[in-house]
Design a protein around this ligand. Sequence first.
Ligand code: SAM
Length: 431
Amino acid sequence: MSTLPGVGTRVLAAKVLDAVVHRGRSLKAELGKVLPQLPDPRDRALLEAMCFGALRQRARYDAALQLWLQKPLGDKDGELRALLLTGFAQIDAMGLPPHAALSVTVEAARALGRPHQAGMVNALLRRAQREGFPTADPAAAWPAWRRKKINLEWGDHAAAIFEASAHAAPLWLRVNRLQGTRDEYDARLHDAAIACAADDALPDALRIDSPVAVTALPGFAEGAASVQDGSAQQVADALSPAPGARVLDACAAPGGKAAHLLERDPALRLLALDVDPRRLNRVRETLARTGGVAEFRAVDAADVQAWWDGEPFDAVLLDAPCTATGIVRRQPDVLLHRTPEDLTSLIALQSRLLDSVWRVVRPGGVLVYATCSILKDENEFQVEAFLKRTPDARAEPLHAGYGHAAGPGRQRLPGERGMDGFFYARMLKLG
Ligand SMILES: C[S@@+](CC[C@H](N)C(=O)[O-])C[C@H]1O[C@@H](n2cnc3c(N)ncnc32)[C@H](O)[C@@H]1O
């Protein structure tokens, strides 16, 4: 066994990537299995950075392997191929100095039982370091059916969508109003030597452009700030419930938007639903940390009879399950796993949820439908169809600060103003 520090982390990263890229596994689930094996948080951060970097820049790294290998690697070389991707990510996406990346990755090839291929790994990594990578269209990382859809639906914006989806997102924070102002938290970050920027249109947000561990954020454990993308923070603005309103968060886990609404108005009477009991527990944890009080039910929100006591809601948030095509930079493996059939069943689920939770909105109340998708079938077409079959629903306009006009709603595209892709539509129930 090698004594070079960091070899074990590279080996684990290669195993994770092999499972995700070649065997259809979820990145989150695979990371969940291996991260606990690394006691040092720096090793955990390194492993995550290698996996995310390799997945986000897969189009360029795959192009390099295709160009530089005389003979493609075989089916049995999955782990080695994954190790090469992690090596490329260290040199390129993470910008590690060669002395920190090369020999340890070559050593990892030996530790993976591939001593006969260690020379090849060394040669390829040196070439990458010397020559850089061939240019490749980031769209190549997207499955053809989705690429086609995005080109068709977003035309001139498509190239920017693919490009933004291949790069790491900034770290967006939501400052907890219950614990102080944004300016006060800005000053705490400044004291901790963490540079951040405010966005005038997002009253609770601060943006950090260089990677920082959340544990380094002042007061994080006590709920002074939370991680939440700018576009997700705009959902609270789109809903803007009246003080003390009765609010339903129909798909609440892990609880970012529920927490935000309660930080703005702790007097809200909020019911948080999620079909997944384990995920609903995460909402409980989120609110325990940030100081919010709510009721919880682990149920299918569409099964209204099972959970509704008959008292209508002033405001309903339906942050619906979706393809996550707006947050590929955060979940790069969604490009590898989702099929056209998944899209069809998500569209059916979204429309079932819309029809069901509409029943519990009081006349004069509002429903905000939101997704982190950029596909029109899940967004503007979904809401257009809902409005057509729902005579007592009227779309309320949202201003251009929410993104591009998209039928009855607005669409933020990934990377715009540093944000994730997000769709918002606000519907009023006529009395
Ligand atoms: C986009 S996430 C919600 C994110 C959450 N609003 C937040 O801000 O943290 C969608 C959630 O919908 C839940 N979900 C899916 N189908 C559901 C259903 N039929 N009823 C209730 N929740 C459902 C999923 O378990 C998932 O937690």
